[in-house]
Design a protein around this ligand. Structure first.
Ligand SMILES: [Zn+2]
Length: 573
């Protein structure tokens, strides 16, 4: 086998320092076979020593394969037009991942049934058993082929989106760039951008809907194959949710409807008055003359230096972490053709490092996105000390507290980018956005629950449902004359395709981030201490246990929603 010693040739790897030049399915298969061979003796042994060693090696293999997958995916996302990067991505997903699933399932089953389970949980943490229980169904080999098909469809959708270019006033540009123009102070320009984006999604609506219909069918079949009523409970397990269910989420949406939606309606009214228009036309929604900052106000090439200033003021540890990422060029900011839309932070646990990808265009919102993704980065960097890679990062709602919380914690130092007047506007915008997020998230979340519960619904029915939910949670926008674009909202939300049910997480986390902001207003040190504590906890606790540990109130407490919305109203109305 083609092995190299990485100590001299490559960065030092914590896991698998000796590894092939390229991760092949044959290598993964052989390594898993070695682990499985050790199982019977480890299980039969009177003490847990052999199992502990086996678990550590299994963890190292997971770390290596997971990190390699993340690196391959990151390179592809940086240029989705690269054939080489695409080939590597396809090889990983279609050859390597399927090889790992069966042994992963067997090892997970063996661990959960092991007489030494308690000893292992003692070493790695009490959340190990509950989280591994959620791994079982999503790993079930019965769905191996369906998972490959699912991934192919997701990639089709993502490539289509990344290829999206539109013409606004005769100028060709990416969808992200056109999106940024919808916040322009020039009414004609923002309307032109809105229409161009709408036309692009309308032209691709049928194709994207067909991809989605196939995904829904495949996903519901996966649920049924593991004995569940539909895809939904499988998706909850896939998201590692261990302490709340569909009912809790339904109640949470009700609280949003009761408290946040009425406040949003007041804000829409205020917005309309600020514009001096009789109604809030949908193409004007991105611009508020009292709040929206001019396009290009923070040139992309100045953003890293500004963020360094901000984090220097915030906390020395955060400043050091940011500096190290900059130095290693692990932050890819600028939007460009072929680059994946949206932003994320990914982790390479075997190198103990992270990488960021954004689609920055120079607008003020870039800074929110950068602080958000850096929030994830700080958490991932802080939890590299946790031995089990599966417990380093919390479940999505937990992980989003660290990112959305960082958006709020950055506000007192946002003058690193903006003058005092603009900084005030940014603070108000952050609270406004939080209220809108709660409402919009409910549209996306309830839509998905409905889709998987009604798999027979046609594309037209799905369009109708989307519009109905948008009217429920986000009333007040004037769509007259452009009604035809309303249905494109559901195909213009990549989570619905790529990471199903990953959305309510943003609202649950937002409610925690708002609490963090309230604490910060009274006691900055305390808020930062809570933040750093959460970062260090990673995924060693369940969502609600971590929230409690940090001294925050549960997002499922209806009274909390009432209190937070009341506070937001004081700032906003
Ligand atoms: Zn995030």
């Amino acid at each position: 086998m083609d092995l190299i010693v990485s100590y001299f040739l490559m960065p030092k790897f914590k896991h698998y320092p000796i590894r092939p030049k390229r991760l092949t399915s044959a290598f993964a298969k052989a390594e898993y076979a070695k682990l499985l061979k050790r199982l019977p003796a480890a299980e039969a042994s009177k003490d847990a020593k052999a199992w502990l060693k086996l678990f550590a090696d299994w963890n190292a293999l997971k770390s290596y394969i997971g990190s390699e997958g993340a690196r391959i995916n990151h390179r592809f996302n940086q240029d989705m037009r690269s054939k080489k990067a695409e080939t590597a991505e396809i090889y990983f997903h279609e050859k390597v991942v399927p090889i790992t699933e069966k042994p992963e399932h067997e090892l997970t089953q063996a661990f959960l049934a092991s007489q030494h389970k308690k000893e292992l949980a003692k070493k790695y943490g009490s959340q190990l058993v509950p989280i591994y229980k959620t791994f079982l169904n999503p790993l079930n080999p019965i769905n191996a082929n369906l998972r490959i098909q699912d991934n192919r469809l997701v990639k089709q959708y993502e490539k289509l989106l990344a290829s999206g270019t539109v013409k606004v006033k005769g100028q060709k540009m990416t969808l992200s760039k056109a999106g940024s123009l919808t916040t322009s102070g020039d009414p004609a320009l923002r309307k032109a951008a809105f229409l161009a984006i709408g036309d692009w999604f309308l032209a691709h609506h049928a194709k994207m809907s067909r991809i989605y219909a196939k995904l829904v069918k495949i996903r519901n079949q996966m649920g049924k194959n593991v004995g569940l009523k539909s895809f939904t409970p499988l998706a909850y397990q896939n998201m590692g949710r261990t302490d709340y269910d569909e009912e809790s989420v339904k109640k949470f949406r009700k609280a949003v409807l009761k408290y946040a939606v009425p406040l949003r309606q007041k804000l829409v009214k205020q917005h309309t008055e600020a514009l001096g228009t009789p109604t809030l036309a949908v193409w004007d929604a991105g611009f508020n003359p009292q709040l929206t900052l001019p396009l290009g106000i923070v040139p992309v090439d100045k953003q890293l230096a500004g963020a360094q200033k901000l984090f220097n003021k915030l906390h020395p540890q955060l400043a050091r972490n940011f500096k190290s990422l900059r130095k290693r060029k692990l932050i890819d900011l600028e939007d460009r053709p072929g680059k994946r839309n949206g932003a994320y932070c990914t982790v390479f646990t075997d190198e103990e490092t992270v990488a960021l990808l954004c689609d920055s265009t120079g607008d003020s919102d870039d800074i929110r996105v950068l602080t958000h993704e850096m929030g994830h980065a700080f958490q991932m960097m802080a939890s590299q000390k946790i031995s089990s890679v599966d417990l380093q990062v919390g479940t999505a709602e937990l992980a989003e507290i660290e990112s959305m919380g960082m958006e709020f914690l950055s506000l007192p130092h946002i003058d690193a980018f903006f003058n005092p007047l603009d900084a005030k506007k940014i603070v108000i915008t952050c609270w406004l956005r939080a209220i809108s997020t709660l409402c919009y998230v409910c549209v996306v979340d309830e839509f998905q629950h409905w889709v998987y519960a009604n798999p027979q619904a046609t594309s037209g029915k799905q369009d109708q449902k989307w519009v109905e939910l948008a009217d429920t949670y986000m009333p007040g926008l004037d769509w007259r004359g452009v009604e035809k674009y309303r249905k494109t909202g559901r195909v213009n939300k990549h989570h619905i395709f790529t990471v199903p049910f990953y959305y309510i997480d943003y609202a649950l986390a937002e409610v925690c981030a708002m609490q963090l902001a309230l604490i910060d207003a009274k006691d900055h040190r305390k808020a930062l201490a809570i933040y750093l504590r959460l970062c260090g906890l990673g995924g060693t606790k369940s969502f609600l246990a971590a929230v409690k540990d940090a001294g925050l109130r549960s997002p499922f407490d209806e009274k909390l929603m009432a209190d937070l919305v009341k506070h937001a109203a004081k700032i906003l109305v």
